[in-house]
Write a protein that binds this ligand. Structure first.
Ligand code: ADP
Ligand code: MG
Length: 254
């Protein structure tokens, strides 16, 4: 057991000869927002995918929600979860992708209802009532019967957030949630995430939106070449970076 909602310790991951994560630690307390920054290729997406068990670590420990989520040490040996355990654990995590990944053949409402009904076996009427509540929360209650292709990118991403919330996850992971959006649609999505932060939702957000990070993050983590180079409150990491690499990155993005 651990007090952290997300607890990553000493995680290594390679793809063939390429070391992508080289001993990463990441701890997120319940109710906290962590913004993960770093240049392209630094391992941000891989780290999120490991937390969600879409990839398997080579070494290290990952736990989510205070419970084992992937790997733990059993003596000195790594213990791996069985597929059934992984699926169960994964329902504790909401994942929002850059490209929304909505089900195109389902309506907005059905997109949000799908996982609670099929993965959690909730009664459909209950799942629908909850889905309508979540759609209202992201400002889309009037779009319940639409198909995703009829929505703007910003609206689709807000549906994706409602869908991720439907399983009442302990933590939400966002992988560049606004990178695929036209600039004028970025604000409405950040606004929803900001609202979730205010409501105390635990989140890990990969983004290059530094203004957003400064305002919403409790902790900013700067990843470079698979290592955490610097982490701390945004006022430190973004405004007074100690490492040359962080400084160079922040200046480039701004
Ligand atoms: P970021 O999200 O920070 O841009 P990624 O985690 O996507 O970085 O990728 C880090 C590095 O790992 C990149 O060099 C990428 O090409 C490589 N990589 C990611 N996934 C795979 C994979 N499945 N197979 C091989 N290489 C991968
Ligand atoms: Mg990425």
């Amino acid at each position: 057991m651990t007090d952290f909602m997300v607890d990553v310790r000493g995680v290594h991951k390679s793809f063939g000869a390429l070391t992508v994560l080289d001993g990463v630690d990441l701890r997120v307390r319940p109710g906290e927002v962590t913004v993960l920054l770093g240049p392209s290729g630094s391992g941000k997406s891989t780290l999120l995918r490991l937390i969600n068990h879409l990839e398997r670590a080579d070494r290290g420990f990952i736990s989510v929600g205070g419970e084992l989520m992937g790997y733990r040490r059993a003596g000195d040996r790594l213990y791996e979860l069985k597929e059934r355990e992984i699926l169960k654990q994964r329902t504790k995590i909401g994942f929002v992708f850059q490209n929304f990944n909505l089900f195109g053949h389902l309506t907005v409402l059905e997109n949000v209802v799908e996982a609670p009904v099929s993965a959690q076996r909730r009664p459909r009427a209950e799942a629908e009532a909850k889905a309508r509540e979540l759609l209202a929360r992201v400002g889309l209650e009037d779009k319940a019967a639409e198909y995703p292709r009829r929505l703007s990118g910003g609206q689709q991403q807000r549906v994706a957030i409602a869908r991720a919330l439907a399983l009442e996850p302990g933590v939400l992971l966002f992988d560049e949630p606004t990178s695929a959006l036209d600039p004028e649609l970025v604000g409405e999505v950040l606004e929803v995430i900001r609202g979730l932060a205010k409501a105390g939702t635990t989140m890990v957000v990969v983004t290059h939106e530094l203004g957003f990070a400064r305002e919403v993050a409790d902790t900013v983590v700067f990843l470079d070449e698979g290592r955490v180079v610097e982490q701390g409150p945004p006022a430190e990491v973004l405004d007074h970076p100690r490492h040359a690499r962080t400084r160079a990155f922040v200046e480039k993005v701004l």
